[in-house]
Design a protein around this ligand. Structure first.
Ligand SMILES: Cc1cc2nc3c(=O)[nH]c(=O)nc-3n(C[C@H](O)[C@H](O)[C@H](O)COP(=O)(O)O)c2cc1C
Length: 159
């Protein structure tokens, strides 16, 4: 286990989990799933509607578990693009921790509507963090992305 690397991610339909697991294989970091206390609905359109409302209200959902990020120097942050920005549980994670002196490597999955302002939004919430080059993957996070993920981790030059 690499004690100074954290891989924190949120997923709704599973793509980010696959990406996070591949990053874990490459870095031997600690895998942490960001889970909201109240799960989103299973239904796609209900979730779309709920997230739209949460964003309008600038809502930060409570998370199920706490993690102390002090000991980690490099933090991989995984989020799907939701409504052109970070998913609300990831917003909570970024807002409630102190990232001073830490490097953040965002990994993002998105669909047809594009990534919007997600990178700028991550930087704005993660106070004190230094943003590394982000990985942005269109679509499924299936195994064909393994190479893309591995190359991205390599070019971060964290080892
Ligand atoms: C509530 C919601 C909002 C979304 N908004 C966007 C968006 O603004 N732009 C986009 O390209 N994809 C959007 N998507 C698609 C997801 O980003 C994409 O399917 C992603 O791969 C899902 O990752 P996951 O399987 O880890 O949840 C949205 C999906 C959901 C459920």
């Amino acid at each position: 286990m690499n004690n100074n690397i954290l891989i924190a991610y949120f997923t709704w339909s599973g793509n980010l989990r696959k990406m996070a697991k591949e990053i874990q294989i490459q870095t031997d970091g600690y895998l942490y799933e960001i889970t909201p206390q109240n799960a989103y609905p299973n239904d796609y359109f209900q979730t779309i509607y709920m997230v739209q409302k949460e964003n309008e209200e600038d809502f930060f959902p409570k998370l199920k578990s706490e993690i102390d990020i002090k000991k980690y120097d490099i933090i991989f942050i995984g989020s799907p693009v939701w409504w052109y920005t970070i998913a609300p549980p990831v917003k909570t994670f970024l807002k409630t921790h102190d990232f001073t002196g830490k490097k953040i490597a965002p990994f993002i999955s998105y669909g047809d509507n594009g990534i919007g302002t997600i990178e700028a939004d991550i930087l704005q919430l993660a106070k004190g963090a230094k943003l590394m080059n982000a990985l942005k993957i269109f679509g499924t996070g299936e195994s064909e992305h393994k190479n893309e993920i591995d190359c991205w981790v390599e070019q971060l030059k964290i080892f």
